[in-house]
Design a protein around this ligand. Structure first.
Ligand code: ADE
Length: 941
């Protein structure tokens, strides 16, 4: 036999191999697959039934509100939970996340699914039940109609079809909107066959089985499926340690023991979706030689061009060099020399007592590659001339040559067992050579006998297992007991539970409150809005002799007479010249005060310290602990190679730098980039790049770097995300998400309220509901910042960015200051201050807290409902605004409040007024504001 031997002096380790990047990388496999942006066409979305035409399957797209706003099945999903939404992906995809949402329907919908199950199929015929790593089928999901809940799938799904079965624990209507995230499964591997992983008996048994394998199991062999070798999880150096919590030692590896084989190798067989030309195979192996585990000594791989063809007897052989100095686990890359095939069978030869793999992936192109060296015509098959011919796959323990000692078949007869990956079929199917009837009949008989033997063995083993109660069973039992407390990766977007990193139970059966009403409705725990209150009884004397107070009030301002009403002429206070009803608080309500803050902890102002930072002007205040977490440590995003930034246009400019729109081609190929999963493969990523001028002052430079550190830790759907930085050379750059609709102030000033559409100006319209949706997103982002004790200090519409579908993200960029300079009060030698958004205690006492962010939020909400047509207090000069802060302090009823915008329901205006309570402790928290907007304000049309 001609062996093509490839010698290697070093084991090729993942990090050092030039081609490694081209292998499948699960970390970057988080693209939206196209429900939301409709690249999955309507005809590929199918449902078991629909309630109506306007709630058909095609409306089950995340974050869209076409039709009646979601897919709703015809009948209640309880108790069968058999209604499903099916998505066809055509090609095999690696699916890593599922996003779900209920039916919000602009406030008219109140249906959502608290949990769902998933089924998947690779061929559209046989459906497999998805289970998490602990065997749970149920995925907890939505708790209201509007939040997107993202669930990380562990293990990921490799499939062409997905079915989502919304569930309920009682008769109720459910509706669903969905997005799938992942990427094309380039490997094309659709099944592998492997001997069952074994148990290493240490003080605690180490189970090296393939626990997520989704194919068939017969004694000692698994076939027709995929499992841990393709789940994207790489095992640790010490094979006993695991990446997941609450799994058993050895979980990440599949391992085999040398002395259970006779020929000293393990045979793995791989079946691909079509014939492919193989460049290389990457095998992630353990090498804890101190415990008898080493990388394989050599591997020989055989190929066949299609499932029913003969094996090419000429293998690719690859030898490794033993490494008994380093116990690091490693990826060994086996060059496959352009050989082609649809099936590949590899014999991995032991170098030590044990061999353990955690992942196997392939680099291949669909195509012909190097032709086979033997004829592949069928039949008759050519008699192989190899000394050790590659055996065709057959069932274990068969009378036709199964060698349990080698985990391999040794027969060379014509009949071949063809893998049937369908779980619906009970056993592999035999493909027969009809040119030779006697052989055919012989083979059939052999197969039938073989099947009988297998069935007998299975029954026999099960019988004994039952009787003896094996250790494996005990593990399963333990497994069952941990199911209910297993953490699951959950990300709730826009929700009160922003649980990046927080743990949730995946089994919601335990958590559903049986006392809930028959039909799902948004929580009825409506907050009682506080009445207007001047806090007379709370006006405990602030230190009037506070130096900051005197400093500011006694100062001769450099900028005076700032009358910046955008549309109306400056008129005396208390007129309606700004185009809005000018509303004084209702004195009758002042005494009857129900605070938002009842029974909630007060803002811990004492814990807050200031941190000057961020591109020039603004200042953040964060508690010492948070500073450590946010700014004190290293930047947690990678250094980005700036040559990949393709300049498109300038977005803005400020004192110390500029913001540019740039394009990054093939962002998934740049591992340093914090990968944004909501773009589609093949599309460039648009980013905003903030660049510090090279001649910026040292302070500006320090602030810039501080901003980088802080921003790199902020991860929330409503906070602008830092994707990468260039800080090793000048000019310093920060790369953030690009928001195509610019800042919220400009965006809204270019809109009219929807009922005014049709006017000659043709200005785009926007509805009250959308305005509330915008405001709720800002509250959600602020809720996140507040959860980190992070004080923004400059919340305003100018510092919020608008993306597609009215997505809002809070940002802060000093560079907007040119455009909005009139919003800031300039004090010589001191920071410019956004006094019209600042709470009285910020202006007078320099005290910035989460509660003063709430004040600014009130002003921002006012701007939103005014569609940014006016500057806040446009009739007041800057000095009068500061005087007004003094009135808030004195609390004698002379303070002036922003008036209620015309379109503003009373309760929403009351919310604003509560944000401007004199006592910061009485102002609502962002969580409450968010909940009020999502559940109550949205219904006040
Ligand atoms: N201007 C400044 N930053 C921006 C961003 N991230 N997206 C759009 N415009 C911007």
């Amino acid at each position: 036999m001609l062996h093509i031997v490839a010698f290697s002096f070093l084991l090729v380790v993942l990090s050092s191999a030039a081609t490694t990047d081209e292998f499948f990388d699960p970390a970057t496999c988080r693209y939206a697959l196209g429900m939301q942006d409709k690249t999955i066409p309507d005809e590929d979305i199918f449902a078991s039934s629909s309630w109506s035409e306007s709630t058909a399957a095609k409306y089950g797209r995340l974050e869209t509100s076409d039709g009646d706003g979601a897919w709703c099945p015809h009948s209640p999903v309880f108790p069968q939970n058999a209604e499903f939404l099916q998505i066809k992906l055509h090609k095999l995809h690696f699916i890593t996340l599922v996003g779900t949402q209920g039916r919000h329907g602009n406030g008219h919908g109140n249906e959502f699914a608290r949990f769902y199950k998933l089924k998947y199929s690779r061929d559209g015929r046989n459906w497999l039940q998805w289970k998490d790593r602990w065997g749970n089928e149920i995925v907890s999901s939505n708790e209201n109609t509007y939040d997107v809940v993202l669930k990380d799938l562990g293990p990921p799904i490799i499939a062409r079809f997905i079915r989502i079965f919304p569930g309920a624990d009682r008769a109720m209507s459910v509706c669903l909107r969905v997005e799938l995230y992942g990427c094309l499964w380039q490997d094309g591997l659709q099944a592998y066959t492997a001997p069952k992983g074994q148990i290493m008996n240490l003080s605690e048994p180490v189970h090296l089985n393939d626990s997520t394998y989704d194919g068939f199991h017969v004694p000692d062999l698994e076939y027709g499926g995929l499992g841990q070798l393709t789940d994207g999880v790489i095992g640790k150096d010490d094979f006993r340690e695991t990446r997941e919590l609450r799994v058993w030692p050895g979980y990440d590896y599949v391992g085999w023991k040398n002395d259970t084989t006779r020929q000293g190798f393990v045979e793995l067989e791989f079946e691909f979706n079509r014939m492919r030309m193989f460049k290389s195979m990457k095998v992630h192996c353990n090498n804890m030689h101190t415990m008898g585990v080493q990388v394989f000594r050599s591997v020989d791989c055989y190929f066949k061009p299609y499932v029913r063809a003969e094996w090419d007897p000429e293998p690719v052989v690859y030898e490794t060099v033993a490494d008994t100095t380093n116990t690091k686990a490693r990826a060994v890359i086996v060059p496959l020399q352009g050989r082609s095939g649809q099936k590949m069978r590899c014999h991995f030869h032991f170098a030590d007592s044990w061999m353990m793999f955690s992942e196997i992936s392939f680099l291949s192109d669909p195509g012909e590659g190097v032709p086979m060296t033997t004829t592949i015509m069928l039949p008759p098959a050519p008699v192989p001339t190899v000394e050790e011919p590659p055996p065709p796959l057959a069932l274990p323990n068969s009378t036709v040559g199964w060698d349990p000692g080698t985990f391999a078949m040794t027969t060379t007869q014509d009949t071949e067992i063809v893998m049937n990956i369908s779980p619906g079929a009970s056993q592999p199917v035999a493909k027969l050579d009809n040119s030779n009837t006697s052989i055919l009949i012989g083979c059939l008989v052999a197969i039938i006998l073989l099947l009988l033997v297998v069935i007998f063995i299975i029954l026999w083993r099960q019988y004994w297992k039952k009787i003896l109660g094996k250790a494996q069973h005990r593990i399963s039992d333990d497994d069952l007991t941990v199911k209910l407390s297993v953490p699951n990766d959950t990300i709730v977007i826009n929700n009160t539970h922003n649980t990046l990193g927080s743990l949730r139970h995946s089994n919601r059966y335990e958590r559903i409150n049986s006392s809930e009403t028959e039909y799902q409705e948004p929580s009825r725990l409506r907050m009682k809005l506080p009445d207007v209150h001047h806090g007379a009884e709370n006006s405990a004397a602030e230190p009037l002799n506070n130096p900051s107070y005197h400093l500011l009030l006694s100062m001769d301002p450099q900028v005076t007479g700032n009358l910046s009403c955008k549309q109306a002429e400056a008129k005396p206070v208390n007129t309606d010249a700004c185009g809005a009803d000018y509303m004084e608080p209702d004195p009758s309500k002042m005494a009857a005060h129900h605070s938002f803050q009842n029974n909630v902890p007060h803002y811990a102002e004492a814990d807050i310290i200031n941190l000057q930072g961020v591109t020039g002007n603004n200042t953040y205040a964060v508690p010492a602990l948070t500073i450590d977490a946010l700014a004190g440590k290293d930047v947690v995003v990678g250094e980005f190679p700036r040559q990949y930034l393709v300049f498109k246009e300038k977005l803005g400019e400020g004192q110390f730098g500029e913001v540019h729109l740039c394009e990054i081609d093939n962002p998934q190929d740049l591992p340093v980039l914090e990968f944004p999963f909501n773009i589609r493969k093949g599309r460039p990523l648009m980013v905003a790049v903030k660049i510090l001028r090279t001649d910026a002052t040292k302070n500006a430079r320090n602030d810039f770097l501080k901003e980088v550190k802080i921003m790199s830790r902020l991860k929330d759907p409503n906070i602008i995300r830092l994707l990468g930085v260039c800080v090793q050379d000048d000019p310093l750059c920060m790369i953030t998400e690009y928001m195509e609709n610019g800042d919220l102030n400009q965006f809204l000033s270019n809109h009219e309220l929807e009922d005014k559409i049709g006017n000659p100006s043709n200005i785009p319209g926007i509805s009250y509901l959308t305005l509330i949706h915008l405001a709720a997103q800002i509250a959600s982002g602020m809720k996140y910042l507040a959860s980190l004790n992070f004080v923004h200090r400059d919340l305003a519409t100018r510092n919020c960015l608008v993306g597609e579908h009215y997505t809002i993200k809070i940002a802060d960029f000093g560079m907007s200051r040119n455009l909005y300079s009139s919003d800031y009060y300039r004090i010589q030698g001191r920071a410019v201050l956004p006094i019209r958004w600042m709470a009285w205690e910020c202006i007078l006492l320099g005290k910035f807290t989460m509660a003063s962010d709430v004040w600014a939020y009130g002003v921002t909400l006012w701007e939103i409902l005014m569609l940014c047509k006016e500057q806040p207090y446009c009739h007041l000069t800057d000095e009068q605004v500061i005087e007004n802060a003094g009135e808030f302090f004195r609390d004698q009823g002379k303070q002036i409040y922003l008036p209620s915008p015309t379109i503003c329901p009373r309760a929403v205006y009351d919310l604003m007024l509560s944000c401007w309570y004199r006592d910061g402790k009485e102002r609502p928290e962002f969580q409450q504001i968010y909940q009020f907007l999502m559940e109550d304000a949205i219904n006040m049309v």
